[in-house]
Design a protein around this ligand. Structure first.
Ligand SMILES: Cc1cc2nc3c(=O)[nH]c(=O)nc-3n(C[C@H](O)[C@H](O)[C@H](O)COP(=O)(O)OP(=O)(O)OC[C@H]3O[C@@H](n4cnc5c(N)ncnc54)[C@H](O)[C@@H]3O)c2cc1C
Length: 417
């Protein structure tokens, strides 16, 4: 495995870094001020998107596989450091048309949609003209097991009729959100519980689709929304189905692979910001005659943060390499591992940075509360830690069956008398 960046990736990295330094980081305050004043999308977003596109820093996440595929032809390994840079400011990915949940949705459309569906939805998404959302989780069932999903998608002539209730449909309150990719059941009685689900495209303005509330996360209302959405006899053309009835579970698995690694790449960038803040603050303030970093415990936090971030980054890069070389399925174990490892690393680093900052660490004057919320949410969003750890354990146990009994060679109990 070689993680050294290609010349092309190095060149793009420096351009994204310069763009972040010149256009994004100087606007952090303005973004906060406008959003707090109820201005969303912020006034400069379209201009920044246009500039990024003009500079070719656009749709960087989408590896093109065929000659006529859209995307910038970067591998996941090449994209990882770019996503890390974007992760340093939570709204930066949108500027480069690389933000969740659009990226995952674009990949679904890229991989599975018909020509007409691509034309209608993938093209405007790739152009950054519209935004999208992904509606899988439901308040009434334990959604970490997606086979529990209840929303009904029933064929009726040339249409499908949808009834159900979703929540945490992230991005659905964004003023530019036009389309939902919804997962529901077309065949609830199928004996194979992974063939009961389908995915379907639901325009947000469909009659019978209602955003009933923007659910606050950790008591914070995100302007783009994690909405509760009700579907009451919402009728869409049958041609809105993505691939075939029964393919929903398979598509969800394909979608969540790259989506999970993108979150983790960005989370490494967030952890770097928290560490940098901790390092600088600890050299500026003194207590009991010493700078904060001269107290052993703070120095321990800094050292451990650096070690944990490096470990997490290496696992992210390995996972990206695996996806590039073995596909999302072949990288399933690595994807599960990073999804469980990285948010916890981020949470620990941010927690210590907050402690180092004292009271200011809990205020909006520093980005640490937002970073902490991101780390906490990521331990649940896209599947809770426990489900990913269980998946790693299962794969470990399955792999042991190939040469079961190996451990006996290491054991030397005394002969029984
Ligand atoms: C900020 C945020 C954004 C989100 N965005 C979206 C989105 O855009 N679209 C969408 O569809 N969903 C979204 N989600 C929802 C998220 O994917 C679900 O919350 C998650 O899959 C868990 O489902 P649940 O909340 O129903 O928890 P449940 O399934 O009820 O699980 C509760 C808890 O049970 C435990 N548990 C579950 N299974 C196991 C197991 N096998 N072993 C041990 N413990 C277990 C875990 O601790 C888990 O947290 C988002 C969530 C958050 C927090």
């Amino acid at each position: 495995m070689d993680f050294s960046p290609s010349p092309k990736a190095t060149e793009i990295y420096h351009r994204v870094e310069n763009f972040m330094d010149d256009h994004i980081i100087p606007r952090i305050r303005q973004w906060n001020d406008e959003v707090h004043a109820g201005i969303f999308p912020v006034s400069f977003m379209d201009d920044l998107k246009a500039l990024a596109r003009e500079e070719g820093l656009w749709n960087l996440f989408l590896p093109g596989l065929e000659d006529d595929d859209p995307g910038c032809r970067l591998t996941n390994l090449e994209y990882a450091p770019l996503a890390e840079l974007m992760g340093r400011v939570h709204w930066a990915s949108e500027v480069f048309n690389c933000s969740a949940p659009d990226t995952g949705n674009m990949e679904v459309l890229h991989m599975f949609a018909t020509e007409e569906q691509r034309e209608q939805w993938l093209v405007p998404l790739m152009n950054g003209e519209i935004r999208s959302a992904f509606a899988m989780t439901e308040p009434d069932v334990a959604s970490s097991d997606a086979s529990n999903i209840q929303t009904a998608i029933v064929r009726d002539g040339d249409d499908y009729v949808i009834n159900g209730r979703k929540w945490f449909t992230s991005n659905s309150a964004h003023p530019n959100c036009r389309i939902l990719i919804l997962m529901g059941k077309t065949d609830p009685d199928n004996e194979n519980r992974h063939r009961q689900q389908s995915m379907i495209l639901v325009p947000l303005d469909t009659e019978g689709v209602e955003l009933v509330r923007n659910v606050p996360v950790m008591n914070h209302v995100a302007p783009e929304g994690h909405c509760e959405v009700v579907f009451r006899n919402a009728r869409v053309p049958a041609s809105n189905l993505i691939r075939n009835e029964g393919d929903g579970f398979m598509i969800a698995q394909a979608r969540l692979g790259p989506g999970r690694i993108h979150h983790c790449m960005r989370a490494i960038g967030m952890a770097e910001v928290a560490l940098r803040l901790m390092v600088e603050r600890s050299q500026e303030r003194k207590t009991f005659g010493k700078y904060l970093h001269q107290h052993g415990v703070v120095s321990d936090w800094i050292g451990r943060a650096r070690m944990e971030i490096e470990q997490a980054r290496l696992l992210v890069l390995k996972t990206a390499w695996m996806i590039d070389n073995a596909g999302a399925k072949g990288a399933a174990k690595e994807i599960a591992m990073i999804k469980a490892v990285v948010p916890s690393v981020l949470g620990r680093v941010v927690d210590h940075a907050q402690q180092t900052f004292g009271a200011m660490g809990l205020t909006p004057d520093a980005p640490l509360v937002d970073l902490y919320m991101a780390s906490r949410a990521l331990r649940i969003a896209d599947g809770p830690d426990e489900v990913h750890i269980r998946s790693v354990a299962r794969q470990e146990i399955k792999a042991s069956k190939d040469d079961f009994g190996l451990s006996a060679k290491y054991l030397t109990p005394p002969d029984r008398l």
